[in-house]
Each structure stands twice: as C-alpha cells, then as structure tokens.
Ligand binder design. Structure first.
Ligand code: NDP
Length: 286
C-alpha cells in the first residue's frame, strides 16, 4: 500500500553479494516514472546483520525491501508475519507493511506465471518437466501446482534435494501426479512433455553446457530457462530446434512489478522497468 504517514521513503534489496543485482535500476526507474521521490538501494550485509537490519526497518518504518540470496530464509524469524506462500516455500523475497505489521511474502511464483503470458492458460491438465530443485525451482513448482498441472516430473543432479521438493509438493498439492527422474531419464522421456522449465544455475557462467538435450522434444513443446543474463546453451538448442521459448527476464520483471505494487499501491510501469533491466544487461555484456 502507499506509504503511510511517518514511513521512511526508502526501499532496498538485502543480500550478499549484490554487485550484480538489477533490482535498484529497475525499481528506481519505476519510482521516477510514477513520480515518487523514494530511493531503492542495495544493502550488502553479513549474516549477523540480518536481524538488526529488520529491527531497524521496524523502528524507522522503512517502506519495504526485497530479499535475495542468501537471506531469503534467514529474514523470516525477524518479521512480524510471514505469508503462507512464503512459509510453504521457506523463502521471502519481499518485505512490506500490512495492517501495521512488517510482513514477508514471495512474488517469485506469481512472477513466473505472469511471465508466461498466454501459455499460463495451457498449464491446466498439462505434463511437464522441471529441471532443478533449488530455491527458484521450488517457487516455480509451487506455482505450477496451483495452476492445475496434471503430471510434473522433476530432474535434478542431486536426487536428495529433488526428493525433498517432491515431498513438499505431495503434502501441499496431492492432486498433481509428481515424480522424480534422473537427468538421463528426463532426456529419454522428452517426447511426452508439453513444456520444460530449466531452473538450475547451469548457464549462469558463459559457455556452460546444457543440463540435458532437447532432442526428442515435440515441435509444440515450449521451453523456458530462468536464467536471464544471456541465451544459455539450453535456450540456444531450443532456438535451433525451432521450439517456442522464453528466457528468465520476464520472471525477474514480474516478481519486481508485484513487489512494487505491494509497496506503492500503484500499478507497476512494466515497459519502463523492462527497459531499465535490458539497459543494465546490455551494459554488462559490453
Ligand atoms: P540454488 O543454488 O538454490 O539451486 C541451484 C540448482 O542448480 C540446483 O538444482 C542445483 O542442483 C543445480 N546445479 C547447479 N550447478 C549444477 C551443475 N554443475 N550440474 C547440475 N546441476 C547444477 O539456485 P536458485 O534455485 O536460487 O537459482 C537457480 C537459477 O535460477 C539461477 O541461475 C538464477 O539466476 C535463476 N533465477 C532466476 C530468477 C528470475 O527471476 N528469472 C529468479 C531466481 C533464480 P543440486 O541440487 O544438485 O546442487
């Protein structure tokens, strides 16, 4: 909601390290565009400072914050309230005031779904593959389950971590048929998937290989890579095979837009925010 009287017109992203965060550029451009004289700053802190920073937010009525790795779980015990979606995920990416309480929520899952555009409607009753079982994969899996996905297969390097995600999904979303596959099994089963989401960090560094081959995918299979820094080997293969595809920039944009809306009560200027993100990314590629 719009800043209450007495609130400090300050927003920040809390994490470590933050040298590569695109959020300050995206949110400052949006704040300028809607004419709010607020500032969004990076706050790169050590783990021991997480509690004191949240206490300071409460005492000074700082308007809000984003939280990124490695503190998405760390902040939870210090907040007045954690929304059920963030509790389920074990991850807070947005802090905002609600009814006088400092609340934590996560906009990652809904941000992912919004980034799909018209594909979102096709999720109901679909069969898909999620590669990865880390924080981003968890947010995506929860969002997919809420959209009525019928069959979800999860493939990850470490089967233990994938098993923990599967257990979580089975507890909260028993209607979905979810199971684990090894990366090799997922590759062999490629022809049965309506969509494939790549949610590992493979491709974050230039020239990293793809986690698996899309050989065997149907021409109608849509492919998403959550990495937004470049065209990964995975997305490149999708392009070469002529598959419908998306990178991760849309998810980054929409999770940010949802946070912006919670802090300001205003509709986020998506075009301005996307332009700021693309501007930052192109500077980094120089
Ligand atoms: P985590 O560290 O929580 O998880 C990393 C995942 O990548 C795990 O599944 C891990 O497997 C897998 N992985 C890492 N290295 C390898 C490797 N060499 N071989 C096989 N698997 C590997 O990271 P997050 O889940 O937070 O983030 C994952 C990616 O998603 C990041 O690249 C990030 O940029 C992107 N992301 C994009 C967002 C967006 O808005 N577009 C939002 C959040 C994240 P294992 O369990 O076996 O270690």
């Amino acid at each position: 909601m719009t800043r209450a009287p007495g609130q400090m017109p300050l927003l920040f992203v809390l994490g470590h390290p933050l040298t590569h965060s695109l959020s300050p550029a995206m949110h400052n451009a949006a704040l300028r565009h809607v004419g709010l004289p607020w500032t969004y700053l990076p706050l790169d802190i050590e783990k021991s400072q997480v509690g004191p920073v949240i206490q300071w937010m409460k005492g000074s009525k700082v308007t809000g914050a984003n939280v990124t790795v490695p503190y998405k779980e760390e902040v939870m015990p210090f907040l007045d309230k954690v929304e059920p979606n963030a509790k389920w995920l074990g991850s807070v990416n947005t802090i905002h005031w609600k009814g006088g309480k400092l609340c934590g929520t996560s906009t990652d899952g809904e941000g992912f779904l919004r980034s799909l555009g018209p594909w979102r409607k096709k999720l109901k009753g679909s069969t898909g593959l999620l590669i990865g079982a880390g924080g981003a994969a968890r947010a995506v899996a929860g969002a997919l389950a809420q959209c009525g996905v019928k069959n979800l297969r999860i493939a990850n390097r470490s089967l233990d971590r994938a098993g923990a995600l599967l257990k979580k999904l089975k507890k909260g979303h028993s209607a979905m048929d979810a199971a684990l596959l090894s990366l090799a099994e997922a590759e062999r089963s490629m022809g049965r998937f309506d969509w494939v989401v790549q949610a590992t960090s493979i491709g974050l560094k230039p020239n990293e290989r793809s986690p698996l081959s899309l050989r065997g995918a149907r021409q109608s299979t849509w492919v998403i890579d959550l990495i937004y820094h470049r065209e990964t080997a995975f997305l490149k293969e999708a392009r070469q095979r002529g598959l419908p595809r998306l990178g991760g920039l849309g998810m980054l944009l929409h999770q940010g837009a949802l946070s912006f809306n919670l802090w300001t009560g205003r509709k986020a200027p998506l075009g301005v925010m996307e332009k700021a993100l693309r501007g930052q990314l192109s500077k980094r590629r120089v």
